[in-house]
Design a protein around this ligand. Structure first.
Ligand SMILES: Cc1ncc(COP(=O)(O)O)c(C=O)c1O
Length: 373
């Protein structure tokens, strides 16, 4: 039995009729961009995510970009973020001509270290972007405290954390803006690219809407230089079918995480580091990431046994070729470097069966048994 890293068909099959109906509704309307589906999605997700405004955009990347543009971030500015995330987080800072100021992670949660953020603040700091990596919120209490004295806005990169909470508050609702991705592998995934910016600040929401459509409220009259950051009606319609199922999908992922914990204990795999849930954070397990000795050998072993697994992320930002100009070298952020060398994501999607999980863990046990023999 092979076990894929993600099985989107298993999620699609029971929703197929509803999704095709939603797609047909859009086709029949011939309204493809910023129509009633987008408006309804924005309203519905603003309620779910407990924010004043939610703006549908073209991707999680563009959510980050347009949120920073709306705050006026540009050349000469500094934006503090984690060195360990998907590329878009730092890439967007750079694209605006600002400097990504990188900070190491907490080795237990993989999230940005608030003490490192405090040390990285300068008079040029214009924003802090914590990433709620793998579906667990960064320590928002500590970050809000660090940011509040200098009055620096926090933009939450919530691309992996839709529905996660920090002390009961939705991820993406605490900073000045929250940025979400509907990339198909996310817990709420579309049928292509899509994203969302959330905010509690009506004026900021208005600015983001303006920038989403080339800075023009009245067609052909441009108040700002924005971009085409719009979400399609087809994506919005599909996401509206899927969004009500998010709580049950999250519960299934959390159940699977518990099952893995039991299985790792049963197989005596104490050498494997399991994800830790921080007090105050409710994890949604977009990824279930373990720490494994001889990780690359284990990865090859699992893949040849038909078990999907992936390294998120093999190279931290400070060691990326395109960020050589930042002047970092190996050793600068040791926790991120270790995570890059040791971590491995296992299948965690909601429809995963107990038998499949047992297969994953028994295959991991077989790898270490063979090494001992
Ligand atoms: C942490 C993080 N930031 C940003 C993004 C960018 O989102 P997208 O792929 O929708 O552009 C992603 C998703 O891949 C992500 O995981």
């Amino acid at each position: 039995m092979s076990v894929p890293l993600l099985d989107l068909n298993a999620q699609y099959a029971p929703l197929r009729a509803d999704i095709l109906e939603a797609v047909t509704r859009v086709c029949d309307s011939q309204r493809f961009i910023l129509g009633p589906e987008t408006q309804a999605l924005e309203r519905e997700l603003a309620a779910t995510l407990e924010v004043a405004d939610a703006i549908g955009v073209s991707s999680g990347t563009d959510a980050l970009l347009v949120a920073m543009m709306a705050l006026g971030i540009g050349a000469g500015d500094e934006v503090i973020t984690s060195t360990y995330s998907f590329f878009a987080t730092a890439g967007c800072i750079s694209r605006l001509g600002a400097r990504p100021v990188l900070v190491d992670i907490d080795p237990v949660t993989y999230n940005i270290d608030p003490a490192g953020v405090a040390r990285a603040l300068t008079p040029k700091t214009r924003a802090i972007i914590p990433v709620h990596l793998y579906g667990q919120c960064a320590d928002m209490d500590a970050l809000v405290e660090v940011a509040s004295a200098p009055g620096v806005p926090i933009i939450e990169d919530a691309c992996q954390s839709i529905g996660a909470t920090w002390r009961g508050r939705q991820s993406g609702s605490i900073g000045v803006a929250g940025c979400f991705s509907f990339f198909p592998s996310k817990n709420l995934g579309g049928f292509g690219d899509g994203g969302l910016v959330t905010t509690q600040d009506a004026a900021l929401g208005k600015e983001i809407r303006l920038l989403r459509g080339h800075g023009a409220e009245r067609r052909y009259y441009h108040e700002r230089v924005g971009g085409n950051f719009r979400i399609d009606e087809l994506q919005a319609a599909v996401l509206r079918v899927k969004a009500p199922h998010l709580p049950e999908w999250t519960a299934a992922r959390r159940r699977n995480a518990d099952r893995y914990r039991q299985l790792f204990a049963r197989f005596g795999l104490g050498q494997i580091g399991l994800p830790a849930e921080q007090a105050g954070a409710s994890h949604i397990y977009n990824q279930f990431v373990i720490r494994a000795p001889r990780r690359d050998g284990l990865k090859d072993h699992l893949q040849s046994a038909g078990i999907g697994c992936e390294v998120y992320y093999p190279v931290p930002f400070h060691l990326q070729e395109c960020f050589r100009n930042l002047g970092h070298s190996r050793g600068d952020f040791p926790h991120a470097e270790r995570a890059a060398d040791e971590s491995l994501a296992l299948p965690i999607y909601g429809e995963l069966s107990e038998a499949q999980q047992e297969q994953v863990v028994s295959s991991i046990a077989a790898f270490y048994d063979a090494a001992r023999a």
